[in-house]
Design a protein around this ligand. Structure first.
Ligand code: FAD
Length: 300
């Protein structure tokens, strides 16, 4: 009941109050703040990922501006000597406006990341964008080997996508495997946690058996145990897999995994558009929502 009431008021929480709670999930509004968080994570043995918050740009000029910001981020990471790379949503670089524009902009950014010896990750959004995203990624990857994709275990199509992507030998394929953050309809996706988790494990097995590099992006402790058993069974060398986690989410698990010898890379989002992202994170975690309520009542 309390959780439901908190969820209902969440969109009306004043920005400064929301920021007090959101700052655990977001590095800040500027690149300098994101670099500071990356440095701090590096000091604790965690490599990073940079994400500039935002999606669905309204026009080509905005998409080009986003790519300029990402190029600056890539340069800054290289100058700072950090182990980190940029991760970019297709609709943030104009996928919904024009597939060819998105490909052109990913290509431009891939050249920059290549100069900086960094990966460029193409993220995955809801199922209406999957075909276009995979077409863009496959064209990009054919020219730039240091690019990677995200695949969602929730989607029923993903095993077939893995078949196609690995057909020519997956040696150079770099996949971030996720459950998928978008709640999709049952005609295209598993909707229950059990099948989503089982699909995650099965996809991880296929990708690892075919020599892909795989990042397991999850905070699900049970699933992680299965993944650790899998890498042991297949004797996967440490440079071919890692865990990836979101800033501020389930930190206790990161330390456990790191102490057990696994790489744990942290996703560091930043930018002025932090509000929608933080609201999504808070909706996932009613415990944190209670901090919002306490802060609102002056008790936090
Ligand atoms: P869950 O079962 O959802 O969560 C496991 C545990 O972690 C639960 O206790 C849960 O309460 C807690 N938890 C999980 N998320 C949060 C949170 N945000 N706040 C507080 N507690 C939380 N999805 C895409 O669709 N496309 C992408 O490109 C994409 N990129 C990602 C990159 C990274 C590095 C990560 C970690 C995730 C990414 N995701 C992406 C999101 C992913 O699809 C899942 O929605 C998300 O990771 C939650 O699923 P889970 O596997 O952690 O398991």
């Amino acid at each position: 009941m309390l959780d439901k009431a908190l969820l209902a008021v969440l969109p009306h929480v004043p920005r400064p109050l929301l920021w007090r709670v959101a700052k655990r999930y977001v590095a800040g509004t500027t690149l300098a703040e994101a670099l500071e968080v990356l440095r701090e994570l590096a000091a604790h043995g965690h490599p990073g990922i940079i994400d500039i918050l935002g999606e669905d740009v309204t026009g080509p000029a905005a998409a080009r501006a986003v790519v300029r910001e990402y190029a600056e981020a890539s340069d800054a990471v290289a100058r700072a000597g950090l182990d980190a790379y940029v991760s970019v949503k297709p609709t943030h670089v104009g996928l919904r406006l024009s597939e060819s524009l998105a490909l052109e902009l990913y290509r431009e950014l891939a050249r920059r990341c290549e100069q900086n010896r960094q990966l460029l990750r193409v993220e995955m959004e809801d199922h209406t964008t999957t075909d276009a995203t995979l077409r863009v990624f496959e064209a990009l990857h054919a020219e730039h080997a240091h690019t990677g994709i995200v695949l969602q275990s929730r989607l029923l199509r993903t095993p077939a996508d893995v078949e196609r992507l690995t057909r020519s030998g997956a040696g150079g394929l770099c996949v971030r495997l996720v459950k998928g953050i978008y709640l999709e309809p049952a005609r295209v996706a598993h909707t229950e946690p059990g099948p989503i988790r089982a699909a995650f494990l099965a996809l991880a097995r296929t990708l690892l058996e075919r020599d892909a590099r795989v990042s397991f992006a999850t905070h699900d402790a049970g699933l992680a145990q299965g993944l650790i058993a899998l890498v042991r069974e297949l004797d996967v060398p440490s440079e071919r897999y890692e865990f990836q986690v979101l800033l501020g989410v389930q930190q206790r698990l990161w330390s456990e995994w790191r102490a057990a010898g696994h790489t744990v890379r942290v996703y560091v989002p930043f930018g002025p558009e932090w509000q929608p992202y933080s609201l999504r994170r808070l909706r996932k975690n009613p415990q944190i929502l209670k901090h919002v309520a306490r802060a609102a009542l002056g008790l936090g």
